[in-house]
Write a protein that binds this ligand. Structure first.
Ligand code: GTP
Ligand code: MG
Length: 218
C-alpha cells in the first residue's frame, strides 16, 4: 500500500473544530480553559487582540495581543479579524491567520469570546463551530467569584455584575450548556463534548478513503 488515509497515530484525517466557550463574567471560564488546554494536546488557544489595557500578571502574546485603540481600528480596516466585537468599553478580536491553517491541519482551537463573537462565527463558520455556554451555579457565587478576583476596580466589578443578567440571556444561542458547580467536573464535561465532536462524520474527511480501503480488503 503506497498511501494510508490514516495518520500514524491511527486517527482518520479530519478537519479541526472551533470550540467556543462563553459565559457571564466570573462563571469560571478562564480556569476551565486553562485546565482543558493542559489535559488535551490537540487543542490550542486562539489569542485575541484587544484594545484594553494589560492587567498585572497578564502576558503579551499569551493572554492577549495588546494593541492601541488606533491600531485595533487599522486591523479592522485591514480585514485581519475573523470576528471582532466591542465588549464593555473595549475592542476584542480574533486574528484570522493561524485559525484557518490550524483547522486545515486537523488542529482544534479554543476560543474565549463573548456571545457577539460566537454569533459572528456561527454566521461564517457554522460547520466548524461547537459552542459551549458556562453558567455559574448561582448569582451569589457569581458575585463572590467576581469580587474574589479583585483585579478590577469596584466600579468595574459593578459594571460587570450589571452586565451578567444581559449576558445570561444569550444561553439559547449555544450548542451546549454546562453549569460550573465544580471545576474538575465542568472540565471533564467539556472534554467529553470535545471528544465526541471530533467524531462527527462531516469533520472526518479521511473516512471515504479509509472505508474504500476497507472495502478493497486493506
Ligand atoms: N467577541 C470577542 N470577545 C472576546 C475576544 N476576546 C475576549 N473576548 C471576551 O471579552 C470579555 C472580556 O474579557 P476580559 O477583558 O479579558 O475580561 P475577563 O476578566 O476575562 O472577563 P470574563 O472572561 O468575562 O470573566 C470576555 O467575555 C471574553 O470572552 C474576542 O476576540 N472576540
Ligand atoms: Mg476571561
Amino acid at each position: 500500500m503506497t498511501s494510508s488515509p490514516a495518520s500514524p497515530d491511527k486517527e482518520i484525517n479530519r478537519r479541526g473544530l472551533m470550540l467556543v466557550l462563553s459565559s457571564p463574567s466570573g462563571a469560571g471560564k478562564s480556569s476551565i480553559s486553562r485546565r482543558l488546554l493542559d489535559i488535551d494536546n490537540n487543542i490550542t488557544l486562539s489569542i485575541s487582540a484587544t484594545s484594553r489595557k494589560r492587567r498585572p500578571g497578564e502576558v503579551e502574546g499569551k493572554d492577549y495581543q495588546f494593541v492601541s485603540p488606533e491600531d485595533f481600528q487599522i486591523m479592522i480596516y485591514e480585514n485581519q479579524f475573523l470576528e471582532y466585537a466591542k465588549v464593555f468599553d473595549h475592542y476584542y478580536g480574533t486574528p484570522a491567520t493561524q485559525v484557518m491553517e490550524t483547522l486545515g491541519q486537523g488542529g482544534d482551537i479554543l476560543f474565549d469570546i463573548d456571545w457577539q463573537g460566537t454569533q459572528s462565527l456561527k454566521a461564517t463558520a457554522r460547520d466548524d463551530l461547537v459552542s459551549v455556554f458556562i453558567l455559574p451555579p448561582s448569582y451569589r457565587e457569581l458575585e463572590r467569584r467576581l469580587k474574589k478576583r479583585n483585579q478590577d476596580t469596584d466600579q468595574e466589578v459593578a459594571k460587570r455584575m450589571s452586565k451578567a443578567a444581559d449576558e445570561l440571556s444569550h444561553f439559547p444561542e449555544y450548542d451546549y450548556i454546562v453549569i460550573n458547580h465544580d471545576l474538575e467536573s465542568s472540565v471533564n464535561e467539556i472534554h467529553a463534548i470535545l471528544k465526541a465532536e471530533r467524531r462527527r462524520r462531516h469533520r472526518q474527511n479521511g473516512l471515504t478513503d479509509f472505508v474504500r480501503n476497507l472495502q478493497a480488503g486493506y
